[in-house]
Design a protein. Structure first.
Length: 264
C-alpha cells in the first residue's frame, strides 16, 4: 500500500506557524519523521490560514525538496496553486484532488498529463456525496471515462470513495468498502483506490482504534493507498501485517523490520 503522510497541513497549528514565519525547520523535520515512519509520499496542504496560498505552496514545496525527493501530493482545490506546486515538486507527483464534476476534470486531468502526475478523484459531483456504493461507482465510472478521453493512464488515476465520520454516518464505511471492490472492475488496468483515512474517526473517541481497524478492512477490500498518520506506529504495524497476510509482502520472522527496511 502507498502510505501518504498527512501531517504537512496548515490546519495543524505548528505547520501554520512555520508557514507564517517562513521557518523551514519544522516542515523539514515533519518530512523526515514521516518518511522514517514508513511514508512513501507526503501530502502538502497550506491550510486555510495562508494569506497567499500560491506563495505559501511554493515555499512549502521548496522547503520539502531541500530534504527529500519523495513524491508529493499537492493538496488544493485552486488550479493555479496546484500548477505551482506540481511545477516545483516534479514528475511523479499527485494531484489531491478533483471532484467528479466535468468542469473540474477538464482542468485537473490535462494538468496531470502535462506534469506526469497522478490524480486523486473524489466520488463527489454537483449533487454532493452519494448515499451508497452504487452512486459512488457511477461517479467513478465517469472519472475513468474522462481520464481515458484525455490521455491519462488509468493506473495513474486514484479513486477516493470519500469516507465520512462513523459517528455521524455509520453506514458510510461499508459503502466505501463496496466502492473499493467495484472500482477494480471499471477498466484494465483498473484505477487505484485511496482514502483520507483519518476522516473515518473524526470527532469520535478511540480514534486510533477506529483508524487501525478500518485500514485493515479497506486493505482486504483492495485499497491501494491512504493518506494517514504514519507516525501512529500501531496502525502502520497493522498495515504491514495485513500486507504480509495478503501475500503482498514477503514473510520474514521479523516482518515489520523487513518491511521498513525495504520501504526505505
Amino acid at each position: 500500500m502507498l502510505a501518504i503522510g498527512e501531517r504537512i497541513n496548515g490546519m495543524f497549528k505548528s505547520v501554520a506557524a512555520a508557514i507564517k514565519d517562513k521557518n523551514p525547520e519544522p516542515i523539514q523535520e515533519l518530512a523526515r519523521r514521516q518518511l522514517a515512519a514508513g511514508a512513501q509520499a507526503l501530502d502538502v496542504n497550506v491550510g486555510p490560514a495562508a494569506a497567499d496560498a500560491l506563495a505559501a505552496m511554493a515555499w512549502l514545496v521548496k522547503a520539502i525538496r531541500e530534504v527529500t525527493g519523495a513524491p508529493l501530493a499537492i493538496d488544493t482545490t485552486n488550479p493555479e496553486v496546484m500548477r505551482a506546486g506540481l511545477e516545483l515538486a516534479g514528475p511523479g507527483s499527485l494531484i489531491n484532488s478533483t471532484k467528479g464534476q466535468q468542469e473540474q476534470l477538464d482542468i485537473f486531468i490535462p494538468m496531470a498529463v502535462e506534469h506526469q502526475a497522478s490524480v486523486i478523484a473524489l466520488t463527489i459531483d454537483e449533487n454532493g456525496i452519494p448515499r451508497d456504493a452504487n452512486g459512488r461507482g457511477e461517479i467513478a465510472l465517469r472519472v475513468v471515462a474522462a481520464a481515458m478521453e484525455k490521455g491519462l493512464p488509468t493506473d495513474r488515476l486514484m479513486i477516493d470513495a470519500v469516507i465520512l465520520p462513523v459517528n455521524v454516518a455509520q453506514a458510510t464505511p461499508w459503502h466505501v468498502l463496496e466502492t473499493i471492490r467495484s472500482v477494480k472492475l471499471l477498466s484494465d488496468p483498473p484505477p487505484k483506490t485511496v482514502l483520507g483515512l483519518s476522516n473515518v474517526s473524526q470527532g469520535g473517541r478511540l480514534r486510533e482504534l477506529l483508524n487501525r481497524t478500518y485500514l485493515v478492512m479497506a486493505l482486504a477490500a483492495g485499497l491501494d493507498a491512504a493518506i494517514l498518520d504514519v507516525q501512529d506506529m500501531e496502525m502502520m504495524e497493522a498495515m504491514i501485517a495485513a500486507e504480509v497476510l495478503m501475500n503482498h509482502a514477503v514473510y520474514a520472522d521479523d516482518f515489520v523490520k523487513a518491511y521498513r527496511a525495504s520501504a526505505n
